[in-house]
Design a binder for this molecule. Sequence first.
Ligand SMILES: Cc1cc2nc3c(=O)[nH]c(=O)nc-3n(C[C@H](O)[C@H](O)[C@H](O)COP(=O)(O)OP(=O)(O)OC[C@H]3O[C@@H](n4cnc5c(N)ncnc54)[C@H](O)[C@@H]3O)c2cc1C
Length: 385
Amino acid sequence: MESRADNLQAIREGVRKLCADYPESYWRELDERRDYPDAFVKALTASGYLAALIPEEYGGAGLGITEASTILEEINHCGGNASACHAQMYIMGTLLRHGSAEQKQRYLPKIASGELRMQAFGVTEPNAGSETTRIETRAVRKGDNYIVNGQKIFISRVKQSDLMLLLARTTPYAELQDKTQGLSVFIVDLRDVRGSLEVRPLDLMINHHSNLLIFNDVEIPAGNLIGDEGRGFRYIIDGWNAERILIASEAIGDGRWFIEKATAYARDRVVFGRPIGANQGVQFPIAQAYAHIAAADLMRFDAAAKFDRHEKCGAEANMAKLLASEAAWEAANVCLNTHGGYGFAREFDVERKFRETRLYTTAPVNNNLVLAFVGQNVLGMPRSY
Ligand SMILES: Cc1cc2nc3c(=O)[nH]c(=O)nc-3n(C[C@H](O)[C@H](O)[C@H](O)COP(=O)(O)OP(=O)(O)OC[C@H]3O[C@@H](n4cnc5c(N)ncnc54)[C@H](O)[C@@H]3O)c2cc1C
């Protein structure tokens, strides 16, 4: 019987093989054109990797977060950007855990086969920012529908998705005793929007396909409410540990890419009659960043193992995200420094990955809020919010 380590190795090799058809030049050209990696996402779906977390009964691979995170890690390790398609992996858990049997049957097999793409997650709002319980987008029940009005910001891949998971307010904030209640999760079918949903692309530092959304009397059938009305914030929180672990893994993949690029360049580039990597001022920062990536990776695997054993893993998942995003950013800077002026040349891909990996300290959750979780929920210090 194959061990889990063998399986992970097979996943790494399989993903690398798939990624070989989508080399760094593919991602660079997409970045320049601000295009979506459609061909890559189709290939990843066809290979079954994107449906890693969907249970076998719905046509997925039924694997754990350890395996899923390894898939995303390898995409970034190969020079790609798993952000283009990672959302499905962490949002379908909300549907899986809290959706009705009918909803799961309606959507999950089609998501697994690639017939439906669920890559959009509508949470962030201009006036609420990180304080999710302050969101204002209202969903008001009217007969068999909810009528949605409001705005969302930074919502990625809306134009590349068939389905969006939406968090909206169903009870006014002022009427709530418990401010974590009163929010609800819906599946929005983007192929058939009734009412007006304006999707305004944002011009961002990276190729992320993020948008401002303006809902004007958008109708969502009441049958698309997930779970109970008013408990949506709890359902979203339930998905946060998976999200943190997957993001940590992408950052680790980036970190490994930066270290390999930096090491190769430091060996080859000769200045003052010797390879620059022979200078400790060049060599030691690379070694230091490598050590930080390796340490973050241990925390990520610890979090993933606990998650897969259904144990509490909030502390580990948050710390993995914190450590991995910081280690990746350190590695990005080291790699850029090692390349000197060439680090700024697009053809080396360092500047693209440098921009891309910077996101992980900020989104989907800022590291300040991760530290607040550790300080307050793990160490029991007073709350700041
Ligand atoms: C490229 C990109 C893609 C994104 N995609 C999506 C998406 O698909 N769906 C979605 O819903 N959102 C998405 N987001 C939004 C992202 O999740 C938010 O930007 C992020 O959660 C932070 O919210 P904010 O930008 O409003 O920052 P704010 O909440 O305004 O925070 C600003 C700064 O203040 C700090 N801060 C705030 N409160 C505290 C506190 N109490 N203690 C300490 N520091 C604090 C923060 O850490 C941060 O440094 C995306 C963002 C980006 C940039």
